[in-house]
Design a protein around this ligand. Sequence first.
Ligand SMILES: Nc1ncnc2c1ncn2[C@@H]1O[C@H](COP(=O)(O)OP(=O)(O)OP(=O)(O)O)[C@@H](O)[C@H]1O
Ligand SMILES: [Mg+2]
Length: 399
Amino acid sequence: MELRVQRIDGMSLLRRAREKNPGVCAVVIAGTADIAQAVEAMRQGAADFQVKPLNHEKLLTVLRHGLEHQALAARVVEMESQLDERFGFERLTGRSRAIVRVMEQVRHIAATRATVLIEGETGTGKGLVAQAIHQNSPRKGERFVWVNCGALAEGVIEGELFGHERGELAGSSGSGRGRFELADGGTLFLDEIGELPPAIQVKLLRAMQDRSFERVGGTETIRTDVRLVAATSRDLAAEVGAGRFREDLFCRLGVVRIQMPPLRERPEDIPLLVERFVREFNREHGRRVAGVTRGVLDRLMRHPWPGNVRELRNTVEGMAVFARGRRALDLSDLPDRLREVESAGEKLELRVGMTVDEAERRLIAATLRHAGNDKPRAAAMLGIGLRTLYRKLRRYSLD
Ligand SMILES: Nc1ncnc2c1ncn2[C@@H]1O[C@H](COP(=O)(O)OP(=O)(O)OP(=O)(O)O)[C@@H](O)[C@H]1O
Ligand SMILES: [Mg+2]
């Protein structure tokens, strides 16, 4: 922009433009080299101050840099919002009562320092909930450290968690800090805590009680401020009963317990999840899938999903990858194992004169047979809740 143009003073224009869009790239052009003016222009956020006659090469370079900077700034904002989406609440999709309750619980306890135990079958979203707790807590600017207790060999897990004095573990190098120290001020997520060997259970309990521990082979007591979140796909209470998990540790971990509902008990979440995954995989694989047909949705809502949301997500990804064009995914896009369910079903005979109860009784009995007496699966196929199924089983004396 040029100073001293007709209707508005160049310096005011610069100020107004920066107010409207702080990222704007402005170059001030003046007739004379006035130092005070140059300083003022830069102070107001101009990218450069140039004096006539103009050097076009120089002007172009400044503008090019300015535009690059703008693009970069926009990208950072976009990435930040993606990060929020990756780790915040937005990722936890669902509207069933069960999942809404989980979200409420997370919101309620996130701000505290309480230890949380997340229980649920594989693929129900335990990892997602652990991240949401951290992300909604005052610790969100600090580290979220994830340890999969099931993936670490028994010999290394103590060192991984509590660190070790140099040279103590053969082959180890560098800093001896363990995950407890790394997570200081932040959140430590102990995934598959049911796999923790008994000796480490004792040390973990002590670390939780005293908020301090010693490294492996060390004598110095180390203090940390860590918020613990643990998850398990095993029934920890049963593990305690079987003597494989310490009861005192179980009590300490389970101050707050969040139960992740299996997907088959909340089929009403499936349409939302499918919509979300279709969008996600369209972006990831450059597809333009326009959702799924009513028939596909019906089938997906009746499937028992033993692998829960993870299995549903993988199924949608597979379908999206093979899809062509903009059409909605239909029954022919379903993987075989999902298509076969219906054709394999046994036929039922219904006669006029039969009561609704009798028809229902027969349908339930046949579905149970088909599901190999797996009640959650039968309930999902029938499109009713597990509790409703149990009530009907009692009513029709099928149990
Ligand atoms: N409510 C949900 N909304 C959106 N995505 C979900 C939801 N629940 C789970 N997912 C997705 O399903 C997959 C499995 O979730 P996650 O890894 O959190 O499950 P998990 O319970 O920790 O399973 P595992 O016990 O096998 O580790 C992830 O890709 C996750 O993003
Ligand atoms: Mg997990």
